[in-house]
Design a binder for this molecule. Structure first.
Ligand SMILES: [Zn+2]
Length: 191
């Protein structure tokens, strides 16, 4: 395992961010990590045999992955497979240009709509979906979150399509309307 993979394993697979996790990872008695290390960083330096500069470089290297992890994976265990290989995850994400896979609206345009609606995408002030972040949608709901079966989708497409309309039917019947709808909102925005 190279250094990047080792870091990834500790930070995202084993999710070692507290002393108790170190104890169980090292198969130590409870409390031993706390005696040995002053901070969690000290554990990383020791375990990876690197200095603080190297650790900063590693964190920087995983910056985009970390952002995506916080946004989409955090407590969503179902998405483990999609996030288990950081190179594949970043390729999967970046290949989509931060656009809805159906209607092609970009993340930047979604944020424009959010600010046009005074900071809340939803019309009834409910917080879910209010920030206008692109969501991860499974093309085939009966298959897991693999890179092949997952796409970015805007909250509009994802919510309206739901599990009632198939991927192909959504593209055929509703995507053109979505595009028109957004064109209209964004034209108002620019006026
Ligand atoms: Zn869309």
């Amino acid at each position: 395992m190279n250094l990047n993979d080792k870091y990834f394993n500790l930070c995202y697979t084993k999710r070692i961010h507290e002393f108790a996790k170190i104890d169980s990872f090292k198969k130590w008695e409870k409390g031993q990590a706390k005696e040995k290390y002053r901070t969690i960083d000290d554990f990383y330096l020791d375990e990876l045999q690197i200095d603080l500069e190297n650790l900063k470089e590693l964190r920087n290297l995983f910056k985009q992955y970390d952002e995506l992890y916080r946004r989409y994976r955090q407590n969503n265990i179902e998405r483990n497979e999609l996030f288990s290989d950081y190179k594949k995850l970043l390729k999967w994400y970046n290949d989509q240009n931060e656009c809805c896979n159906y209607c092609q609206i970009s993340q930047a345009d979604l944020f424009k709509i959010v600010s046009a609606r005074n900071g809340n995408l939803t019309l009834n002030q409910k917080t879910k979906r209010s920030k206008g972040t692109l969501e991860i949608e499974k093309l085939n709901p009966n298959v897991g979150y693999t890179p092949e079966n997952s796409v970015l989708a805007c909250p509009f497409c994802n919510n309206a399509k739901s599990n009632l309309i198939s991927e192909n039917d959504w593209r055929t019947f509703f995507t053109p309307a979505m595009k028109e709808y957004f064109k209209n909102i964004l034209a108002d925005e620019n006026r």
